[in-house]
Design a protein around this ligand. Structure first.
Ligand SMILES: *[C@@H]1O[C@H](CO)[C@@H](O)[C@H](O)[C@H]1NC(C)=O
Ligand SMILES: *[C@@H]1O[C@H](CO)[C@@H](O)[C@H](O)[C@H]1NC(C)=O
Ligand SMILES: *[C@@H]1O[C@H](CO)[C@@H](O)[C@H](O)[C@H]1NC(C)=O
Length: 340
């Protein structure tokens, strides 16, 4: 009898830890595999057209930073002792979108940091969710890599939304004056075009990421090239080339549309980190991608947090205003930074 009780006590002691251990082995059968990373434009053969449209040394030699989610390409322009500015590009076009604005700022004495977001241009494409956290962490790591403690941050389109999110998440890394150009972040789903909605669906994301889909896009791209005598627009061309030749690009775009800072960034613009800062909002009246009305919405959100927000309207400019109106943009940016 005594022995039986002893045995039972023993069992009761041993069973719960045993069950727990089996549960954990069942729940976590293996250590998860490390994240897969798809290569960037740097992996394409040197005769590929991307090397003439957007060569790796487009802004000078630059460098690569190695982070856990893959390599990140960056360049620095302008005098080393100039005021520091980070330029963030948008959804589909890499740092090439700043081709006229960046040299303009550098020529006026600013030190400019340009980089490609994950999944675009010369930065690797981790197979992960392209959400705000991924993007803001990428820039914080990059600033740490180049030993910048603080900088002015300027962003265009999705990069504008990212600028707001970066300021809200890492206010100590951001100077008091910030610029957003044709900024996304508040787009309502009803304003997204049908193409955009289709692109962001998980099914299309899977399909366009496949080898077959890329072969198809490559053929379209190549035949378009053969039949036209017009000089190619480098901006449109780089979008087609990435889509056709980079296995991670289409997934990065779709995930960014669905999970990224394109919409739902109200809280970043409302954050109290804006108190005491100044924001310059530049927007074109003919913007069909991020309608002009969003500029005023951004202005009133940050104003409510005690930020002095100024809106510069560029009459007749579309969403590509950094390419169509670079001089006005550079002049407005430098005036904003030097105003007392
Ligand atoms: C595309 O155009 C370029 C420049 O005109 C030419 O060198 C290249 O061979 C063309 N590629 C194809 C696939 O037609
Ligand atoms: C935001 O504040 C600025 C300056 O304080 C003012 O000129 C502007 O009208 C305000 N805008 C909104 C939308 O409240
Ligand atoms: C800023 O842009 C506006 C609109 O295009 C233009 O009228 C103005 O002259 C620019 N300001 C400066 C300082 O260049």
């Amino acid at each position: 009898m005594g022995k039986k009780i002893h045995c039972l006590t023993y069992l009761l002691l041993i069973i719960p830890p045993f069950l727990l251990t089996s549960y954990f082995f069942a729940a976590f059968p293996n250590r998860p595999e490390s994240i897969q990373v798809s290569p960037s434009l740097a992996s394409l053969p040197k005769q590929a057209k991307s090397w003439s449209v957007y060569p790796e040394d487009f802004y000078g030699v630059g460098g690569y930073a190695r982070f856990p989610y893959g390599k990140v390409k960056y360049w620095m322009l302008g005098p080393e002792d100039g005021k520091k500015i980070v330029l963030i590009h948008g959804l589909s076009i890499p740092a090439l979108i700043w081709k006229d604005v960046a040299p303009g700022l550098a020529a006026r004495g600013y030190r400019v940091l340009l980089y490609d977001l994950y999944g675009r241009g010369y930065s690797d494409a981790p197979q992960t969710t392209y959400d705000t956290t991924l993007y803001v962490t990428q820039l914080a790591l990059l600033m740490q890599h180049i030993k910048w403690e603080k900088a002015h941050v300027f962003g265009v389109s999705m990069g504008g939304a990212l600028t707001a999110a970066f300021t809200a998440n890492f206010p100590e890394l951001v100077e008091d004056r910030v610029v957003v150009v044709a900024s996304a972040g508040l787009i309502k789903t009803s304003d997204l075009s049908r193409t955009t909605k289709v692109m962001s669906s998980p099914l299309v994301q899977t399909l366009t990421s496949s080898w077959l889909a890329r072969k198809f896009i490559q053929r379209l791209t190549d035949s378009a090239n053969e039949t036209s005598d017009k000089p190619v627009d480098p901006i449109q061309e780089i979008v087609r080339l990435q889509s056709a030749h980079l296995s991670g690009y289409n997934a990065a775009i779709s995930s960014s549309l669905r999970d990224g800072p394109v919409r739902g960034e109200e809280d970043s613009f409302k954050s109290d980190v804006w108190k005491g800062r100044r924001l310059l909002i530049i927007h074109g009246t003919k913007d069909n991608t991020v309608p002009y009305k969003y500029a005023a919405q951004i202005q009133s959100l940050v104003n409510a947090s005690g930020c002095d927000a100024q809106l510069v309207t560029i009459e007749g400019a579309g969403h590509d205003l950094t390419v169509s109106h670079p001089d006005e943009i550079v002049q407005n940016m430098t005036k904003f930074l030097s105003d007392s």
